[in-house]
Design a protein around this ligand. Structure first.
Ligand code: SF4
Ligand code: SF4
Ligand code: FES
Length: 355
């Protein structure tokens, strides 16, 4: 029988040459050296100039973030803190001295960069963007995420006059815009301003798609796709002025891949995607935001514990949103948390709180 090394003896590799498996009767000795944490990356910064003032900012932020860190107001429509910037609306452009203006929401800062956020070139461009949007889309409910304010505030600030493109064209019949082929283009005669006006799509009990209000910001497409839901029920179909958000083959939502999470509603900046309850109340002039309360609570359906914001009017829940800064879920919910609230309105017959 091969003898085991005595207890407490420290063995180096190769010290034991016996054939029996080693049985340790005490812990092997440990190195007295405490391992050190890996070196944190030293924060890198760049020096640049914003509106003539020298600033130092982290090297990995967007121009928009750098400007906002200096308290500079830049209007945005298509960007959102929880989504990948698409850079499609062009409201946030700034002048970096290049041939074209840069979308500050997606362009990164750089060493020695000079940025003008409010010169004539920038103001002219933003004014035109506002005019083109407001002449073709119903932007009455549109508002940028940050800073506070609605698109109307920017229309006034930039002196935008959408009426200069002429009287609005009549609304398209239901389905006409969805039937447009890629590449198809009617030559406008210039007598009216082209619009995306069309009847709202009311094809289910949960939410309405009113694409007469759609500025094609892509937020819903991103939220439905790789940025959040990974369902890919909607995408942009068509080209040019015929481009529109669509389900596959323009089928109704219930026939599409949609799982009714409503994450697209949570990010839509224009009211194009709207709870059916809000839509119906607005239709009869009974949507009263000033009379509503907003209560934060936790979804009761499962252990994830998503944060809900219950919008309540006349003692009834009229819509459920979720704050973008909610940890873990970043404002996303599933169909139960978003729409499964009707049961709270069912109260025992004869109760003084009967609905
Ligand atoms: S409800 Fe959800 S699944 Fe349906 S279109 Fe919107 S994001 Fe996509
Ligand atoms: S429906 Fe709303 S979120 Fe989607 S592209 Fe249009 S405006 Fe943007
Ligand atoms: S907010 Fe930057 S392009 Fe839309």
């Amino acid at each position: 029988m091969t003898s085991q090394p005595p207890a407490g003896v420290h063995l180096e590799p190769g010290d034991y040459t016996g054939s029996d498996p080693l049985v340790f009767t005490s812990s092997p000795a440990r190195s007295p050296q405490v391992p050190s944490a890996p070196q944190a990356r030293a924060p890198k910064t760049v020096e640049m100039t914003i509106d003539g003032a020298p600033v130092t900012v982290p090297d990995n932020v967007t121009i928009l973030a750098a400007c906002r860190s200096q308290g500079i107001d830049i209007p945005t429509l298509c960007t959102l803190s929880t989504l990948t910037p698409e850079g499609v609306c062009r409201m946030c452009v700034v002048d970096t001295g290049g041939r074209v203006l840069a979308p500050s929401c997606s362009a990164r800062v750089g060493q020695g960069m000079t940025v003008w956020t409010d010169n004539d070139r920038v103001r002219h461009s933003r004014k035109l963007v506002l005019e083109l949007l407001a002449s073709s889309v119903d932007v009455d409910l549109a508002g940028p995420e940050l800073p506070d304010g609605s698109i109307a505030r920017y229309m006034a600030e930039y002196g935008a006059d959408p009426s200069r493109f002429g009287p609005p064209s009549p609304p398209a019949p239901a389905g006409a815009r969805d039937a447009a082929e890629a590449g198809h283009h009617e030559q406008p005669d210039g007598s009216v301003a082209e619009r995306v006006a069309q009847p709202a799509k009311v094809d289910n009990d949960l939410f309405v798609r009113d694409y007469a209000k759609c500025i094609l910001c892509y937020k819903c497409v991103e939220a439905c796709g790789a940025d959040a839901q990974n369902t890919f029920a909607i995408s942009v179909a068509g080209r040019g002025f015929s481009a529109r958000v669509s389900t596959e083959f323009d089928v109704g939502l219930a026939e599409s891949a949609c799982v009714f999470c409503g994450n697209c509603i949570n990010v839509c900046p224009t009211g194009a995607l709207m709870f059916r309850s809000e839509y119906e109340l607005r239709r009869v002039g009974e949507w009263r935001e000033d009379d509503q309360t907003v209560t934060r609570t936790i979804c009761p359906y499962c252990g994830v514990g998503c944060t809900l914001e219950l919008h309540v009017q006349d003692n009834r829940i009229v819509k459920v949103l979720s704050p973008l800064d909610a940890q873990v879920t970043s404002g996303n919910l599933c169909v139960k948390g978003r729409f499964g609230f009707d049961f709270v309105h069912v109260r025992p017959k004869g109760s003084d709180r009967e609905a």
